[in-house]
Design a protein around this ligand. Structure first.
Ligand SMILES: [Zn+2]
Length: 181
């Protein structure tokens, strides 16, 4: 995985694109949470779940099916009243995309196993052909020289693109104020 913070940062940039108006805090907290959620499967290591099993790390929780489920639950039930300008379907689609952004970013990392995008129907693990992001060590090993290398690689390959997306969106909205209403 890129570190969970990087998942949240990237997702916030996507949120900025998707939501033209200021959004309630709940929207952003859920954005960060959904982006980090797939890595709950790392708990499995403590219980001896094999990495390559369906319930192992980057297994079921890194699938399209999981993203759809999370998107649906959040879209339908997390907001008493959807934020202005949003319907339930839009919210569902958005939180599906945000959750899915996690395994897609993972698929750009250069280590570990790939993501089981089509779980539970297939246990096949996938990577993109191009994998520039240094894979993050799991757990406490993060606080090490290796951890710093990972952070550097994530700043270049995740934070910077996120910042560019954010700035491009801001600039686009400024140039086309009609979109802002
Ligand atoms: Zn992950």
């Amino acid at each position: 995985m890129p570190t969970i913070f990087s998942h949240a940062i990237f997702a916030s940039a996507v949120g900025k694109v998707y939501a033209p108006k200021p959004m309630p805090l709940r929207f952003w907290v859920l954005t960060a949470t959904c982006a980090m959620l797939p890595d709950v499967d790392a708990i499995g290591f403590a219980f001896g779940v094999p990495y390559d099993s369906m319930l192992g790390h980057r297994g079921l929780t890194h699938s399209i099916a999981f993203a759809l489920l999370v998107g649906f639950v959040v879209g339908m039930f997390a907001f008493g009243k959807p934020p202005a300008g949003f319907g339930r379907l839009q919210l569902t689609l958005y939180f599906t995309l945000i959750t899915l952004s996690h395994p897609l970013l993972d698929a750009f990392t250069n280590g570990g196993l790939g993501v089981a995008l089509f779980a539970p129907f297939s246990a096949q693990r996938y990577f993109f052909p191009w994998r520039p992001i240094e894979v993050s060590p799991i757990g406490m090993r993060f606080f090490s020289v290796r951890g710093l290398e990972v952070l550097g690689s994530e700043i270049v390959w995740v934070w910077l693109p996120a910042l560019l997306i954010y700035l491009a969106t801001k600039m686009y909205r400024r140039l086309t104020p009609a979109n802002n209403t």
